[in-house]
Design a protein around this ligand. Structure first.
Ligand SMILES: Nc1ncnc2c1ncn2[C@@H]1O[C@H](COP(=O)(O)OP(=O)(O)OP(=O)(O)O)[C@@H](O)[C@H]1O
Ligand SMILES: [Mg+2]
Length: 521
């Protein structure tokens, strides 16, 4: 190697070293500048600077970004869109995102919800279009920025950012966002815990809690599968419910409020309340159990109903008693109770219930009126044991669109109960039971009670025999009652006959005397 070569090599190394040193100092300057920028520039200045840089880059940037803030409006309400997007992304991204956030959500059936963590980004596809979602946060309150705080500001503002190419602008704004929000809301609805609401007496409406409705988690296990009733009737109701659920456009087209009224009627223990629970589980709707006797007047009724949301079932059980159209059940109950033994609280409640001024017309106005059009997708259910005594105005079609009779246990219903309670689908005793059911009037509640094993020793055979015995007794009882009724009717008829002959004879005697007196003899 010549001296010249050697000198050249040293020069190159020197240059490299210099370059490296310069790069090092450049890096150090960037880091330094960034630290200064991060540490000492208050967020509002940083935001301004970012805005200018943004403007500059936007000019060349072919991508569009849309932000969805967590809180919106003047009162900073949690944005429904943000929640829906969060649910959508959680459902679609939990496998794809690398950093996830686990949150415990009270109102959900799956209490631990995984969603993408802050500053995480995932991609989504819609009709072949690629889109990017990122979860972001910024400081919400620059005034409270503390440059020396290790944790930064506590007022953080979260938002989701959607990025896509500008040539897909129309499809994203017109279809994709709607798709995300709809699907997110749908998942929310499916995952949420159903609730059972009951109305509070108006005396507590403006107190500490200020709520008209109290709720508990609704965990009734009834489903249409376990509901014992005629198979075809059940299928018919299911079809009706499905049609209603999918009927948004149809109702809009015919200009009718998106609501449906069901009247469930039948003797006690035939499954009216169970049916309501099955409907709630099937439709995934909350239940608003309206106790009319606790509502003072129509104004209160209005206030209560206004607060029921869409996708809910408003239930008025024993409508005949609540509106005092017949009052039979209440009277019966009242007769049985010893007035003296009632505690004062109870007596007070009953007294106030007697002064309830809710009227039939008030209720009807509401069912038909503006309320039914608020939000749509509402079901209203009335139940009664005495359908024949209800005011026809209350149950006419259009108001109560579907009248469902819950009747005594038939063979189809028994088979469902046998499957529920004993886990059997066929048995040699089924034939005998089917025959007996036709001859008796036993409610599904009574059949279920007989089928239920009372101890570990009671097997299927024993339980079915127990039911047969109960059915035979019921049959005898029915025959005895029928004979008694016939005897009573016969006696009544005889009495009427006797009375009419007596009347006739009396009449004859009287005319005879008249003739004598008048001397026509
Ligand atoms: N059709 C049915 N299918 C399944 N179980 C039923 C049925 N009918 C009654 N049962 C059983 O009987 C119990 C009482 O039934 P439910 O409360 O639904 O009757 P109801 O018709 O509402 O009576 P009431 O008129 O007294 O309010 C239920 O908890 C359920 O276990
Ligand atoms: Mg009931």
């Amino acid at each position: 190697m010549s001296v010249r070569d050697h000198t050249q090599k040293i020069d190159l190394v020197e240059t490299m070293k210099e370059l490296w040193a310069q790069m090092g100092s450049l890096m150090a300057t960037i880091v330094f500048m960034y630290t200064i920028f991060e540490r000492f520039f208050p967020p509002h200045l940083r935001e301004k600077l970012q805005a200018y840089t943004q403007k500059l880059t936007n000019h060349f940037n072919p991508y569009i970004q849309i932000s969805f803030p967590e809180f919106s409006g003047e009162r900073l309400k949690k944005s429904e869109a943000y929640t829906a997007i969060q649910t959508y992304l959680s459902a679609n991204s939990s496998q794809r995102a690398k950093r996830l956030k686990a949150e415990v959500v009270n109102d959900s059936q799956t209490p631990l919800v995984l969603s993408m963590d802050d500053n995480e980004e995932i991609t989504d596809e819609f009709h072949g279009i690629k889109l990017w979602w990122s979860a972001n946060k910024v400081s919400n309150n620059p005034q409270r920025y503390n440059p020396f705080s290790y944790y930064g500001s506590s007022d953080e503002k979260r938002f989701y950012k959607l990025t896509f190419h500008k040539r897909h602008r129309d499809i994203v704004t017109m279809s994709y966002i709607k798709h995300v929000l709809d699907e997110g809301k749908d998942i929310e609805m499916r995952n949420r815990q159903l609730k059972l609401y009951t109305n509070n007496p108006s005396s507590g409406w403006y107190g500490y809690k200020q709520s008209k409705w109290s709720h508990i988690v609704f965990e009734h296990p009834a489903t249409f599968e376990t509901l014992a009733m005629d198979r075809r009737k059940k299928e018919d109701i299911l079809k009706d419910l499905v049609k209603f659920k999918k009927g948004k456009d149809y109702y809009a087209k015919i200009g009718k409020a998106w609501k449906r009224g069901y009247l469930l009627y039948g003797p006690p223990g035939t499954g009216k309340s169970t049916m309501i629970a099955a409907i709630a589980n099937f439709m995934n709707y909350d239940v608003y159990d309206l106790e009319l006797t606790a509502v003072k007047d129509n104004t209160e009724l209005r206030k209560l109903l206004i607060e029921t949301p869409s996708k809910s079932i408003t239930v008025i059980e024993d409508i005949d008693c609540s509106l005092d159209l017949t009052g039979q059940r209440k009277k019966k109950k009242e007769e049985n109770e010893d007035e003296e033994q009632k505690d004062p609280m109870r007596r007070n409640e009953e007294e106030s219930s007697k002064s309830s001024k809710v009227t039939l017309s008030g209720l009807l106005n509401f069912i038909d009126g503006i309320w039914s059009a608020c939000g749509g997708e509402r079901i209203i259910v009335f139940t009664t044991n005495y359908v024949e005594k209800l005011d026809p105005a209350l149950i006419r079609r259009g108001r109560m669109d579907k009248h469902i009779e819950m009747s005594y246990c038939c063979y189809d219903a028994f088979k469902v109960l046998a499957k529920n309670y004993l886990d059997v689908e066929s048995h040699h005793l089924f034939g005998a039971i089917g025959g007996l059911l036709e001859e008796t009037d036993m409610s599904p509640a009574d059949v279920a009670e007989n089928l239920m094993p009372k101890s570990v020793d009671e097997d299927v055979e024993i339980c079915l025999h127990k039911l047969i015995k109960a059915l035979e007794e019921a049959k005898e009882e029915k025959a005895r009652k029928k004979a008694e009724e016939e005897e009573e009717a016969r006696l009544k008829e005889e009495k009427v006959k006797e009375e009419s002959t007596q009347m006739e004879e009396k009449h004859k005697g009287k005319t005879g005397e008249d003739v004598k007196e008048n001397g026509f003899h």
